[in-house]
Write a protein that binds this ligand. Sequence first.
Ligand SMILES: Nc1nc2c(ncn2[C@@H]2O[C@H](COP(=O)(O)OP(=O)(O)OP(=O)(O)O)[C@@H](O)[C@H]2O)c(=O)[nH]1
Ligand SMILES: [Mg+2]
Length: 317
Amino acid sequence: MNEPTRENPPEEKSGFFQSLKQGLSKTRNSLTGGIDNLIHGKAQLGPELVDEVEEALLLADVGVPTTQRIIDELNRQIEEARIRDREGMLDHLRQMMIRLLETHQKEWDDSAHSPFVVLVVGVNGSGKTTTIGKLAQRWHNEGKKVMLTAGDTFRAAAVEQLQMWADRIGIACVRHNSGADPSAVAFDGVQAAVARKMDIVIVDTAGRLQTNLNLMEELKKVKRVIGKVLPDAPHETLLVLDATIGQNSISQARQFHEALKIDGLVMTKLDGTSRGGVLINISQELNLPVRFIGIGEKAEDLQEFKAELFVRALFED
Ligand SMILES: Nc1nc2c(ncn2[C@@H]2O[C@H](COP(=O)(O)OP(=O)(O)OP(=O)(O)O)[C@@H](O)[C@H]2O)c(=O)[nH]1
Ligand SMILES: [Mg+2]
C-alpha cells in the first residue's frame, strides 16, 4: 500500500471516509448511542454490558441470528478470560463485525472480460437506475469505455432517466421504445458493446416484486439472452436493495438469488436509515459479497464496500 502523503491522505482523513461517516450517521447513532456505557466506560465488564450490546445490535438491525452469534462469541471470550475489560470487549466486537462482513467479500475485477457485462435487478424504487448512473460515472472517470442499456421498457420515463445519466456523463445508451421486449434491448445493448469494443456495459431492468413469477421469468430470459451474445455473460448480476426496509430485504434477496443466481449486492439509501446493521446479516444469510453502498443521491455517493472502513465509520465519533 502507498504511504500516506499530503496529496494522498490516509483513508480515515480523506473525503471518502468523511462522507462514509456522514452517510452512516443514523446507523452509528442507533448503534453507539445504545452502547454508550461500553464506549465511554461507564460500566464494568459483566452481563449488563453484554445485554446492552445485544440490544444495540438488534436496534441497528443486525438481525437475530447474527446478533446471537456475536453475543455468544463475546460471552465465550469473557468466560475464557480472553476479554478482560471494557476496551477488550469493544475491540472484539469491532473485529467480529469486520470478520463477518469480510467472510464473503471478493475483489471486484471488471478487467477479466471485455466487455464486462453487468445486469442490474431489484424491486421497484430500490435505486437501480441511480446506482447504474453512479457506477457509469465512476468507471468513466477511471478511463473505461462504458455503455448503458435501457432494459426497463416498462415506463417511458425510465428510459429517459437512464438517458439523462448517459448524456450527463457523455456516453452512449442503447434504447428501444417503451413497451419493447426487455430481452431484445439487452441483446442489442450487449451486441453494440461488443461491436464498439466497450470495456463495460450496464443493463438496467424494470423494478419488480420477487413474488411476481411472470416478471421473474422475464428477468431470467433477459439473463439467458445476454448469454447468447456472450457465452459467460452477464459477468455480474447485481441485486440492488433498499437499506431502509431492513430485515425484509433478506427474504427479497433470497428469492432473487434463487431465480437468477445473484453475484453481488448493492445496498442503497444507507444515509436515510438507522438500520444499516442489516448489511452484516444479509451477507451472512446469503453468502454473497456486498459490492457497493449508496450513501446519498449524488454521483460520488456510491462507494465500493470495504468492511473495515464500514465498521470504523460506525464506531468513530
Ligand atoms: N438518499 C438516497 N437516495 C437514493 C440512493 N440511491 C437511490 N436513491 C433515490 O431513490 C429513488 C429511486 O431511485 P431509482 O434509481 O429511480 O430506483 P429504481 O430502482 O431504478 O426504480 P424503478 O426503476 O422504478 O424500479 C430516487 O429518488 C433516488 O435518487 C441513496 O443511496 N441515498
Ligand atoms: Mg429504474
